[in-house]
Design a protein around this ligand. Sequence first.
Ligand code: DGL
Length: 272
Amino acid sequence: MSSSNAIGVFDSGLGGLSAVKEFLHVLPAEKIVYFGDTGRVPYGTRSRETICKYALQDADFLLGHHVKMIVAACGTVSSVAGDLLREKLPVPYTGVVNPTCFTAVQKTKNGKIGVIGTAATVGSHSYKLRLQKLDPTVQVFEQACPLFVPLVENGIIRRDDQITRLVVRRYMAELKENGVDTVILGCTHFPLLREAISDYMGEDVTLVDSGFETANYAAKVLREQNLLNTDTSAKMPSFFVSDTPEGFENVAGLFLGRDMEHTVTQIDIEQF
Ligand code: DGL
């Protein structure tokens, strides 16, 4: 495996772009190959079997691009299929749960941490178990927020949008009542709603975003394994999706702050 190979990043759809944004910042010399499974999103409402099957197909597609590391930029995959991927993949793997939990226990002052994610993620209690292993004294409050994913996939993310505000209030009210001072955005779609969530929770509540933590963790792994790219020129990422690229290009362009028109390729994930 050569250090000049790309890092493969995948998610069920647009959410993993919140991680890509941080990867481009933290590791500008790395080539990123991104796959968003927009034809089969959401993953978070599906069974363990289906999520594992999809995750292995997504990883196989990326391995075809000779990636040197695979990142599941998806809370659902990391929670449900993380062990399977770690065991099966021939290259280093990371999900988003471990790096994020580590930061959350450091940030909390009152020991009350909220975790928001998809139904599958919250049902697995992956974040809660990890947090309590890192610090058995923390209190963890979990909340599934399934409607956040279609809001993001449809670009309904503005902090002043009535629908966004209403859904945020509906999901976040109990965490607010419980007095959490730190909230893990346990689904990579959720950082796209960060402003609306922060408006509701208040600026004293720290929102922990998996993208930044995961990019830093990936950098550490690549450094330890002598796999950091030695050619330091900035690289353009490649984007692949399993449904039509147009909708993805629009929201991705908004989010990454660049024109994405005609830069995304559609593939047939069922071939993998
Ligand atoms: N972005 C994903 C996550 O982190 C998945 C959302 C979904 O497909 O339900 O959980």
